[in-house]
Design a protein around this ligand. Sequence first.
Ligand code: GLN
Length: 547
Amino acid sequence: MARFIFITGGVVSSLGKGLASAALGSLLQARGFSVRLRKLDPYLNVDPGTMSPFEHGEVFVTDDGAETDLDLGHYERFTGVAARKTDSVSSGRIYSNVLEKERRGDYLGKTIQVIPHVTNEIKDFIAIGEDEVDFMLCEIGGTVGDIEGLPFFEAIRQFAHDRPRGQCIFMHLTLLPYLAASGELKTKPTQHSVKELRSIGIAPDVLVCRSEHPIPEKEREKIGLFCNVRKDSVIAAYDLKSIYEAPLAYHREGLDQAVLDAFGISPAPRPNLSRWEDVMDRLVNAEGEVRVAIVGKYTQLEDAYKSIAEALTHGGMANRVRVRVEWVDAELFDREDPAPHLEGFHAILVPGGFGERGTEGKIKAAQFARERKIPYLGICLGMQMAVIEAARNVAGLATAGSEEFDHEAGKKRFEPVVYHLKEWVQGNYTVSRSVDDAKGGTMRLGAYSANLTEGSKVAEVYGATTIEERHRHRYEVDTKYRKALEEKGLCFSGMSPDGRLPEIVEWKDHPWFIGVQFHPELKSKPFEPHPLFADFVRAAVETSRLV
Ligand code: GLN
């Protein structure tokens, strides 16, 4: 039977609740416990799949094909536990389940209310798979007091009330602002936040206080007294240079000990922190630097490519080198020659994306990388653009393009080298789709396996000939053009097991040019860098030595 840790936030948003949850998960693992992390988001979207990356950051995809909040990416990167569909839920999903049951008549004519119907739906969700782990960590999105969040707060209060004493604890994150004029850390916002929490029946067991300045002992005592939390359970969270410092930093501040104390687990198993010490060693003692350009569309918001940025950092750790990522707006190349913008980079990455805007620029970036023999990693749309580039500029198919852009424009302009997939096999099932399908949850989503050509670059990089990676796309490279492209040197070195869907392409006479239809970044971890990112950065290091 799992113990439950509910993580809430107050005062302001963006305090790093997700990171604190992930770091705590990893610390509990370091003490020998098994964990699972969950995110409960108050917004009304059914899932983040249809939310703009500009607004919400990247969509993180799980093996079982759920489109989830990017916090699940942090959870995976810190714990290595593969997230599932049942680890992320929003108010929208909860209400839509409740309404579906109501329509089906499951409630036998009862009046449907937030309490108990919505709260019960939330409680059922929290308990899914509780027998599988020692600790279930549930993070509630938003801050205490948000109207949308109320049903979630009420549900976790009830959940703890329903369970035997000691099975659930509450951890609350707040901010201690620093007033430069008086040179003081102010505790009042934290007091108010805890007061708000207690007014809805939740008393925090552990308080995590974000602060830019050291928290004096006296202030810690005051917070403890006013918020009714033990002094040792008032944990400082200072700004860190790297998110990967969080597990060791939180351990130093006593977070895991405070949590185990709150559960009355004594004696606490000793932690083995060697995994994180090694990660920090690789980060701190990196030698030299490589510059990688990410040529994309959502470049204003770094969170839009969160997992890619992290995977590149992991690739750097694998090679003990710093990776300096620079974001280049693909649309710039609609007007300008890419050369002056891309010269000087040791590698180029074109990430995933949707819609036509910026794609001509991505095609030019792929062409630049191919011609100049700069390492290139194309991910999803980045692979499709590399294939279009090859078709147009090497195989002589001047009008090559993707059906995606013709659909968007409502007219046919391109020879579809990349086409809309209508039917595919997922496990034992055939999935069918039409161009007019609703947008939410209708892509080829989640883990699919691929067979790699023996002797190919990717087979060497992976050290395997069958792999499994996560997907999120509607369009596919058409095998109709395979022969023509392979004759010119663009090898289709990874294919779906039925041989129908190209998963990987690579240029034969190029030091490192690989396009993948899937998202390898989603599976990379600091303590287990993804082989494609590790080798891509290695190739970048080699390029840096040439110049
Ligand atoms: N827009 C492309 C597709 O749907 C690529 C998607 C992506 O890059 N994730 O196939």
